[in-house]
Write a protein that binds this ligand. Sequence first.
Ligand code: AMP
Length: 394
Amino acid sequence: MNKKTVRDIDLKGKKVLVRCDFNVPMDENQNITDNTRIVAAIPTIQYLLDNNCKIILCSHLGRPKGEVKPEYSLKPVAKELSKLLGTEVKMAEDVIGESAKKLSANLQEKEIMLLENVRFHREETDNNPEFAKALSTMAEVYVNDAFGTAHRAHASTEGVAKFLPAVSGFLIEKELKFLGNAIENPERPFVAILGGAKVSDKIGVIDSLLEKVDTLIIGGGMAYTFFKAQGYEVGNSICEIDKLDLARELMQKAEQKGVKFLLPVDTKVGKEYDKNTESKTVKCTEIPADWEGFDIGEETIKLFAEEIRKAKTVVWNGPLGLFEFEQFAVGTNSIAKVLSEIDATTIIGGGDSAAAVEKANLADKMTHISTGGGASLEFLEGKKLPGIECLQDK
Ligand code: AMP
């Protein structure tokens, strides 16, 4: 990575503002149900502790849309972090108000505090310079370690870097290493698996991956647009009628580039969008009217598995079916299992595919699971991420 990290500047004893991604899932009683993102922030925080820094952490949580809403308070995160670090994390009552200012002004070496949810201010997502400046005045150095929001130009992810020396933390460094290597220097064969609901969300990434991969595997809801584009009936399956030309262009591009473009051959269809709906497996060219494709079928699993077993690098983004319903999670789980068994670099591009891998208890068998769904997708697309561009070059 050509961006400076916490290792590349002198931080000793300094007051450091760290943007983390503490956007963790919580139940209705504000109990954290998955602390993965908090755990992922610890190496950077520990490094800063070891360097006697005064540490000011900040993050967003959910979408409070510029209002103070107690259900989006970061207090439970401060508690969890205190537990994990074995040291107190002081919680500010606000973001740039009296409480935050007072706590940060009195912060001693090796002390940690957490600001309230930055999205309690609309100025955060507006990337308001005054707000960014107010954040910056509390610290001497800015560290961005929130990969999950690195594709957003917000005040705490980008704006603040205009006022302070800005470097990355270890989490962003690690994400860029794995995602970057896969894209720039993949061991071949390089196979990408793309699923998820809509083609329109993934056009950019399909287009750019066609320049890099040996094989592109398409599953999930977006496969039906490709079938429709070839003139087949797709019943009630999700299909983007206005993207048929584009689907044809992408298939043509694959052919021109010599990229193997694999679509499902069979699909598990259901009567309606219900977890207990009646279902059956049919050929993708024979989807009956009134039925809806919710998963890849057994033949497809075999076909995809065979291709994936040849790979030396695999990037996967998006579930291959409606995996939230058990009977339509078979395709996604089977492919996750294949990935867990092969001797290859396996990279899971965040979001739902990461959730699926975790649900299948296979997370520790993957080379890298990205902590950012949208961010990893934009990175794979070749887009510049504002939260990384704003950091100092090496
Ligand atoms: P995305 O955010 O685009 O990666 O899409 C993820 C969502 O796509 C998940 O909620 C899946 O349940 C859904 N999905 C995947 N395949 C299908 C399908 N065949 N029909 C309906 N939804 C699907």
